[in-house]
Design a protein around this ligand. Structure first.
Ligand SMILES: [Zn+2]
Length: 618
């Protein structure tokens, strides 16, 4: 469907332009052939009553009748994207739009909605103005928000477009609320004009969130490029230390590919509860963190790893990308098998970058690697869904989890992070320490971003990886990426002289396999692990657990089961939809693993040398 729609668009353009290009017209003087006036779009964004959570948008279209075919058709269709790149869920941004009106020459123009996200405006006029309001009361990195304190714009959910005007330069004029002074965005400022910005096309506009308010900012230079950090939220921080650490992280990230494609970069940081997460853009990012992000060393490391993750995306996914991830279709899902690479390997690099920048010791890094393997191996879904399938189904599974997700899916972040570790090791050992995954990203950047200016296919990625490794990577791709089969981890770790050991192997406690949430003194089952006693014997998500063997269950179901042995039988009394049921359950073997990476016995000199290269030990 996506392909057909594009084909139709190409045909339309072709038939429209053929008469002009095939007519050999005599040379005309200026009066007969006036210079072509290029179309233009300016968005004026205001927020006169921020406390009501509304933005107001005025979209001014100039000289668009020919380009949009409105001259011929008598109408043009104006659309709102249904999703924003980097967050793979159809969000239906148009649901927040109201009061859509159009006018031309100061007179109202009739319009009607023709799709969930499209308005048909009946005019053949060259110049028209469209106005609408956007309800903005969801403060995340992928939605819009405005209140009495500040405004945050996710452009995909704020600015409408016409298909034929997506490739022209656009302007945005921000009118901040009367007491607000600051605007932070990756958009290019127009010199001499306050709060006025331009983007080379609609894709760039969509990729440039905007923070408006009285936030504080600080700046630093990394890789000779100016960086701005906009800090929203009541938070204490040491600006000098933060700037220095940002610089260290950014420069370690830049050393991976070795070329920085930006002329400036902006961080927008929201300090809000619960905090956690970010969204990457071409030359900016929005980070969401807590007000305690800088309060303890552990929190601070977690925050720096978020910085590393989102910043590294400016290469991996924004420029080094699967073919499906740009240019984007803003009206439909954009499918790829490679979010494990774009997201998961970015998660791998976030910690690898912190290791290289000296924030993680080698031991701390090994513990993180082992814990990421523990995480995926403890999820039953890892034996059901491959990393490639997880990527493809992000739209309907990853972003729409339910109570069974852990049983049937695996996150392309966590599996992809482990795959990044393994691919890095595979390249490192196959090349005797000459190359690692950096070289693969450098090759992809040079070949597809710089030379061919496009994304790569699944096959092209595999060929590039095998070229850099200098050997076939059948095990990695067939088992690791494309199936849910068990991975022989130690085959990857052996060349660097470490081994993966399950330190939970001796646990013999009986295992129930039900997770609960506790509210108002009630313990309710929120998850049932596939293959566990709870699963086999029929405890259900939603069951309120009343008692076990006649003893009232308080706030901790697990405590009541602890100390029992494998094979022990218990009677669980539950309230299921208002009826009491007693369910006999036979406790099963605890299947949970807990991995540690330990030095292998009798390490060789070659293993030690490769280990030092792997972990950047000088
Ligand atoms: Zn990411």
């Amino acid at each position: 469907m996506k392909k057909n729609a594009r084909l139709l668009y190409l045909l339309t353009v072709w038939t429209f332009f053929i008469p002009f290009s095939s007519t050999a017209s005599p040379k005309l003087n200026d009066e007969e052939n006036p210079p072509a006036v290029s179309p233009g779009v300016t968005y004026v964004l205001s927020m006169p009553e921020p406390q009501t959570h509304y933005f107001e948008v005025e979209m001014q279209l100039k000289n668009v009748a020919a380009a949009t075919n409105a001259k011929k058709n008598g109408y043009l269709d104006i659309k709102m994207p249904v999703w924003t790149p980097g967050s793979y869920l159809i969000r239906e941004y148009a649901k927040n739009v109201e009061a859509f009106t159009a006018s031309a020459g100061g007179k109202p123009v009739v319009s009607e909605k023709v799709r969930k996200n499209a308005w048909r405006v009946y005019t053949a006029d060259d110049n028209l103005t469209i106005r609408y309001r956007v309800y903005a009361n969801e403060l995340t990195v992928r939605t819009n928000f405005v209140d009495a304190d500040h405004g945050y714009v996710t452009p995909a959910g704020m600015f409408m477009y016409h298909d034929a005007l997506k490739k022209i330069p656009l302007r945005v004029v921000v009118h901040p609320y009367k007491t607000w002074k600051n605007v932070a965005t990756g958009l290019e400022p127009v010199s001499g004009q306050n709060y006025t910005y331009e983007a080379a096309d609609f894709d760039l506009l969509v990729d440039s969130p905007i923070e408006i308010g009285n936030h504080r900012t600080f700046t630093f230079t990394a890789s000779n490029i100016p960086h701005t950090v906009a800090m929203f939220g009541d938070v204490d921080y040491n600006e000098e230390r933060l700037a220095a650490d940002y610089k260290r992280v950014c420069e370690a990230a830049a050393s991976v590919v070795g070329e920085h494609p930006c002329t400036h970069y902006t961080f927008i940081v929201h300090h809000i509860p619960p905090g956690g997460g970010g969204l990457e853009h071409l030359n900016s990012t929005t980070l969401e963190t807590t007000r305690n992000a800088y309060a303890t060393e552990a929190n601070y490391k977690r925050f720096l790893s978020l910085v590393a993750h989102e910043y590294f995306h400016l290469w991996n996914v924004k420029r080094i990308r699967p073919v499906a991830l740009g240019p984007f279709d803003y009206e439909n899902e954009n499918y790829t098998h490679m979010l494990w690479l774009s997201e998961g390997c970015t998660s791998f690099y976030q910690e690898y970058i912190l290791r290289r920048a000296g924030f993680h010791t080698p031991e701390a890094y090994l513990a993180l690697v082992a814990s990421s393997i523990t995480e995926i191996e403890n999820q039953p879904g890892t034996r059901i869904q491959s990393a490639a399938e997880s990527s493809w189904d992000a739209w309907i599974k990853g972003y729409r989890p339910n109570e069974n997700s852990a049983n049937t899916t695996i996150s392309y972040y966590s599996k992809g992070s482990v795959l990044g570790t393994l691919l890095n090791l595979a390249i490192l050992s196959a090349s005797n320490g000459e190359r690692n995954m950096d070289d693969l990203l450098r090759l992809l950047y040079a070949e597809y971003y710089k030379k061919q200016k496009r994304g790569f296919t699944d096959d092209e990625f595999r060929k590039a990886a095998e070229q850099v490794a200098g050997r076939k990577l059948d095990d990695f791709f067939t088992i690791g990426v494309n199936t849910a089969d068990p991975i022989n981890y130690n085959a990857y770790f052996e060349p660097v002289g470490v081994k993966l050991v399950n330190v939970a192997a001796k646990m013999q406690d009986g295992f129930l396999g039900a997770a609960t949430t506790v509210a108002n003194g009630k313990s309710t089952i929120s998850g049932v692990r596939r293959g566990s006693a709870a699963y086999t014997d029929g405890l259900n998500v939603g069951d309120e657990v009343i008692s076990i063997d006649g003893v009232r269950v308080g706030d901790d179901l697990l405590r009541q089961v602890s100390g029992r042995r494998v094979g022990d039988k218990i009677n669980v009394l539950v309230n299921r939809a208002g009826l009491l049921r007693e369910i006999p359950v036979t406790l099963s073997q605890n299947p949970l693993v807990s991995y540690r990476l330990e030095p292998a016995d009798n390490q060789t000199a070659a293993q030690k040398a490769l280990y030092a290269k792997w972990l950047y030990i000088k």
